[in-house]
Design a protein around this ligand. Structure first.
Ligand code: NAP
Length: 295
């Protein structure tokens, strides 16, 4: 039986409609307009596209956005001074520094300089630590989006065997941490695989829910999953170009074969991707509420 397709595009649309209403209420009842600053260093084409999508997302929902483009040769101290200014700007509730940064800038120093209360990407160690101990914090956007996809698709995580392929700080580690917490969309038993895992298929075949964030097409094939598995494919790989020059994208999972065994699966594109930006908007709204002392 072919799998149900979990549409991130549809679920993101639903969440954005809810957020739009929340933003309008915040303005009407509390005179608060959530504000997001996006900082882009240099002119990497992919980063420009991502920042543009974030600006568009803000405009759609009525969130104030400030885009700050600085030259690729901006020094680390100039960038830190900019972060300091944004930390103190009351119009700005969330700060996003688009990664990667040029090599002469210490990425960690910049991310750690962001006020944890404005860290809507959830990369500051204060938020990472809070996630680990299970207290309220900004959840990193991609794992947050994955958890929302599972909740809103009615996938039961409590007691489920979840296998995560990948252990990066932005996807693998945080989603594993989120799913072992107590509560809604969590309470799972989680195994994390990586390139040093001895027999990955042994683990993936046990999975009730399989989350793949490896960054390599066809990392997971049909022989590596059991019937009825729920598959969340995080990967975004450019595997070619259309004659018009548009990138052809594929996930990390062999979608065509795996969808025949899975009970549900996310497509690429249209799965996790649209959720990531939506969760950034949600974190910005949360930041505005917290800073404005709105319950
Ligand atoms: P990353 O930092 O490169 O990490 C990849 C992880 O996968 C590493 O932990 C690596 O193991 C593991 N891995 C790679 N090949 C493997 C294999 N054959 N078997 C087992 N483990 C393997 O990547 P990332 O930032 O987490 O991103 C992963 C993918 O998700 C990329 O395609 C990225 O573009 C995509 N992504 C999508 C979104 C979205 O919004 N849709 C957001 C973020 C990322 P080692 O640690 O041992 O090297």
């Amino acid at each position: 039986m072919a799998a149900k397709i979990i549409s991130g595009t549809e679920i993101a649309k639903q969440i954005r409609a809810e957020l739009k209403e929340e933003v309008a209420n915040l303005k009407a009842k509390h005179d608060i307009t959530p504000g997001l600053a996006t900082v882009l260093v240099g002119d990497d084409p992919a980063s420009k596209v991502y920042v543009g999508q974030k600006e568009k997302g803000c405009a759609e929902l009525g969130i104030y956005s400030e885009r700050i483009d600085v030259a690729a040769d901006t020094t680390e101290s100039e960038l830190l001074a900019l972060i300091d200014r944004l930390n103190r700007d009351p119009k700005i509730n969330g700060i996003l520094v688009q990664l990667p940064l040029p090599k002469h800038i210490d990425e960690r120093k910049v991310l750690y300089a962001i006020d944890p209360a404005k860290d809507v990407d959830g990369f500051h160690p204060v938020n990472v630590g809070k996630l680990m101990i299970g207290t309220r914090c900004f959840l990193p956007c991609t794992p947050h989006g994955i958890q929302e996809l599972l909740i809103r698709s009615g996938v039961e995580t409590a007691g489920a065997e979840v296998v995560v392929v990948g252990r990066s700080n932005i996807v693998g580690k945080p989603i594993a941490n989120m799913l072992i917490q107590k509560g809604k969309g969590a309470d799972a038993t989680v195994t994390v695989c990586h390139t040093r895992t001895k027999d990955m298929a042994f683990h993936t075949r046990r999975a009730d829910i399989l989350i793949v964030a490896a960054g390599r097409p066809k990392t997971v094939t049909a022989d590596m999953v059991k019937e009825g598995v729920v598959v969340i494919d995080v990967g975004v790989n450019r595997i070619g170009q259309t004659p018009e020059g548009k990138a052809i994208l594929a996930g990390d999972v062999d979608f065509e074969s795996v969808k025949e065994k899975a009970s549900a699966i996310t497509p690429v594109p249209g799965g996790v991707g649209p959720m990531t930006i939506t969760m950034l908007m949600q974190n910005t709204v949360e930041a505005a509420k917290e800073q404005g002392h709105v319950a």
